[in-house]
Ligand binder design. Structure first.
Ligand SMILES: NC(=O)C1=CN([C@@H]2O[C@H](COP(=O)(O)OP(=O)(O)OC[C@H]3O[C@@H](n4cnc5c(N)ncnc54)[C@H](O)[C@@H]3O)[C@@H](O)[C@H]2O)C=CC1
Ligand SMILES: O=C(O)CCC(=O)C(=O)O
Length: 414
């Protein structure tokens, strides 16, 4: 039978399994199995050559029983409705795992920002905010960066929302530039969170980070800072990749050089001649493998050739259910996306809190609070996986879905 690569239906499967294991009944699953709200928008945008192009975008809000929904906006040619729905469900799980007062939301626009000018990107970002303005806001649904979106795009979106709201609204969006109310530490927060999870996982396996061989797929916001943190901690980052290919050096790559040369879309391998493919990168023998790019990278097709003892998912959805099962059977410790990549939304929450109170924290304060949250979350998930004899992904879903399920029950929804 062909493997299920549909992110939405496979997420539904694990949510059902998690709810059943915890004794929730069918109505709770009925509520949790898809977003409560999904808006599809069509946005006419004036291009530099004078023509008008109509872009399609989405905003999904999975469950707002706990509080406003929260999650990034992705600009990518492969965005589709099913992906955005799955991503919003994962945000509910992340917010539950790190115990934030949010439910999950997510947005996406079908476009390729690598082929667009800054002015076209600004027009598109503003058009998206106008199109979704009725369902978002600092107390309703708070966007943030994701693949191929960054602090500049957040700034345009915040400015557009502030015009509509006729009020300066920094709490409408997170991941903003510091001068517009962004938080210290948000830019590196996803990678910080992954690093904390790697440390915890390495401890469980008795592996020293010093000298550990690390492979990172993706060299954007999550992957590049992660590579830097691992390199600074004494690990050997032996391979990295981007959308164009991968580079490998068994002696360890010069991460500072690569960081200096990568462009704003996380591209760096085009500077090199002897590149590998992304599939080859995944199969390199290493101690720690970090998928930090796109979904469905480790599947039934290549899982038996994966040669790592710890896998920590910085990306959303990089490993399929079947591959997760087989890795678990082989004794590979897999720290799932909904836990490992929760550092970003955690510091986004800190940013929103600072915006609401108008008082700003130092990077040390932010990192200290982030570390506390993630260590607690990691151990909660790890301990549950041990006591219930389930893999870390299922344990993470069990921890993650509980808060929204309980809140929905208290509200009398189910
Ligand atoms: N930025 C954030 O705060 C968070 C990001 N994530 C997840 O981390 C992953 C990476 O996101 P960012 O680093 O923010 O994106 P980014 O846009 O900064 O970088 C993406 C990287 O992935 C590479 N890439 C794109 N398509 C690829 C492909 N088909 N094969 C291999 N590499 C490819 C790009 O070249 C680039 O190096 C995504 O799955 C995202 O959802 C998760 C939590 C938070
Ligand atoms: O920072 C945020 O609010 C959301 C980040 C995000 O989209 C994610 O964790 O996938």
């Amino acid at each position: 039978m062909a493997e299920n690569l549909n992110l939405f239906t496979s997420t539904q499967g694990i949510i059902r399994e998690a709810l059943t294991k915890m004794g929730y009944d069918e109505p709770v699953y009925e509520l949790m199995k898809e977003p409560m709200r999904l808006l599809t928008v069509r946005m006419p945008v004036r291009m530099d050559d004078g023509s008008t192009r109509v872009f399609t975008g989405y905003r999904a809000q999975h469950n707002d029983s706990v509080g406003p929904t929260k999650g990034g906006v992705r600009f990518h040619p492969d965005v589709d409705e099913e992906e955005v729905k799955a991503l919003s469900m994962w945000m509910t799980l992340k917010c539950g795992i790190v115990d934030l007062p949010y439910g999950g939301g997510k947005g996406g626009i079908i476009c390729d920002p690598r082929t667009m000018s800054m002015r076209e990107l600004e027009n598109l970002s503003r058009a998206y905010v106008r199109a979704i303005s009725q369902i978002v806001g600092p107390t309703k649904d708070i966007p943030a960066p994701d693949v191929y979106t960054n602090s500049q795009i957040m700034a345009w979106m915040m400015d557009e929302y502030s015009r509509i709201d006729e009020f300066n609204s920094p709490g409408f969006i997170t991941g903003k530039p510091i001068v517009l109310g962004g938080s210290q530490g948000r830019e590196k927060a996803t990678a910080q969170g992954v690093t904390i999870c790697i440390d915890q996982a390495a401890k469980k396996r008795g592996l020293s980070i010093k000298g550990a061989r690390v492979v990172v797929q993706g060299f954007g916001n999550a992957g590049s800072f992660l590579a830097k943190f691992m390199h600074d901690a004494g690990a050997k980052v032996i391979a990295i990749s981007d959308a164009h290919g991968a580079i490998h050096d068994p002696e360890g790559l010069d991460i500072d050089y690569l960081l200096d040369r990568r462009d704003s879309f996380g591209t760096v391998t085009t500077l090199f001649e002897n590149t590998l493919t992304n599939s080859e990168l995944l199969e390199i023998e290493c101690d720690i493998l970090v998928p930090a790019a796109v979904s469905n990278q480790i599947t039934a097709e290549n899982v038996d050739r994966i040669n790592a003892s710890i896998i920590v998912e910085a990306a959303n959805g990089p490993t399929t259910i079947e591959a997760t099962k087989r890795l678990n059977d082989r004794g590979v410790l897999l720290v799932p996306d909904v836990l490992a990549s929760a550092g970003g939304v955690t510091v986004s929450y800190f940013e929103w809190v600072q915006n609401n109170q108008g008082y700003y924290w130092t990077e040390e304060e932010v990192n200290e609070k982030l570390e506390k949250k993630l260590i607690t979350a990691f151990n909660q998930v790890y301990d549950l996986s041990q006591s219930r004899k389930v893999n870390m992904r299922l344990a993470a879903y069990m921890v993650g879905v509980r808060k929204s399920a309980e809140a929905s029950r208290f509200r009398g929804w189910v």
